[in-house]
Design a protein. Structure first.
Length: 283
């Protein structure tokens, strides 16, 4: 008997999840998904997750075996300026997802962030104490709590997800246009949406619960920009390292890199190396 998946959100990660699941139909996997703006595959359900009644009704109607919440308001500065919506999308919606899955008995995966940490030490383990320093991180931490209130749930903490959007694509565009790149000196653990999606689906098969970090190698944005330039055959000399970035409204953790030892022990493929992840940058 096959399994039915419901993917909430079709941004960079959600689109990769749906694409991979569509390719596993012969294994008996069926996928439904929601989208907010445009429908990337042509058979989704349009949904604003802040319409909590519709959100719960949809989950109960689909009654999935596995639900993956890939919806988030990820613009850190926008979360500071529109706190009401950030709270609804990143936290309150998760509460309603958890309430609905209790009715249907789904296994739930919720995607969270390295920004639940303050960035004072880096290489954070799953069991370390969160301490967000911006509103985005705070709302995501609240979302984690709602997800973990449901016993059959997994929170996947990740970092710097990229595909056609994200820092690597920005670097390539800037360099190809002959522009300088000012790259932040701070550290994180960037991962491509494709490798993150592969890891999440592998963890779904294992039915793990609790919190697992799934991210890439620890690297500074400056180091990443240089490696991106080299990977795409571009001159890295216009890349310079900066301690602060002009225009940022919210504080950012200096080193929000994640310890991925647990995920590496569970998964027998390379989801984490910088080289492998840059193969999946879309520019």
């Amino acid at each position: 008997m096959g399994e039915r998946y419901l993917v909430l959100g079709t941004g960079q990660l959600g689109s990769e999840l749906v694409g991979l699941l569509r390719g596993e139909r012969e294994k008996g996997k069926d996928v439904a998904y929601t989208y907010h703006g445009s429908d990337p595959f042509g058979f989704g359900q349009q949904l604003d997750v802040t319409n909590f009644e519709l959100l719960e009704d949809l989950i109960i109607k689909v009654s999935p075996d596995v639900i993956i919440n890939a919806v988030a308001m990820t613009n850190v500065d926008a979360c500071e300026s529109d706190r009401a919506r950030a709270l609804k999308v990143n936290a309150e919606a998760v509460k309603h997802v958890a309430r609905a899955v209790r009715v249907v008995g789904s296994y739930m995966i919720h995607v969270s962030t390295d920004y639940v940490f303050d960035g004072t030490k880096g290489l954070y383990r799953e069991d370390e104490e969160p301490n967000p320093i911006n509103y985005y991180g705070l709302t995501k931490l609240l979302g984690e709590a709602y997800a973990l209130s449901y016993d059959d749930s997994l929170v996947v903490r990740t970092s710097g997800v990229f595909r056609d959007k994200g820092f690597p694509s920005f670097v390539v565009r800037q360099l190809r246009q002959g522009r300088a790149v000012k790259a932040y000196a701070g550290f994180y653990s960037p991962i491509s949406a494709r490798k993150l999606a592969e890891a999440i689906l592998a963890l779904a098969e294992l039915r793990k619960t609790g919190i697992i970090n799934v991210a890439g190698e620890r690297v500074s944005r400056y180091q990443l920009a240089v490696e991106v330039a080299k990977a795409f055959g571009l001159d890295p000399s216009p890349v310079t390292e900066v301690k602060e970035v002009e225009g940022w409204v919210a504080k950012r953790p200096y080193d929000s890199s994640l310890d991925i030892s647990r995920a590496r022990a569970l998964l027998n493929f390379d989801f984490y190396s910088l080289r492998e992840n840059l193969r999946h940058a879309v520019v």
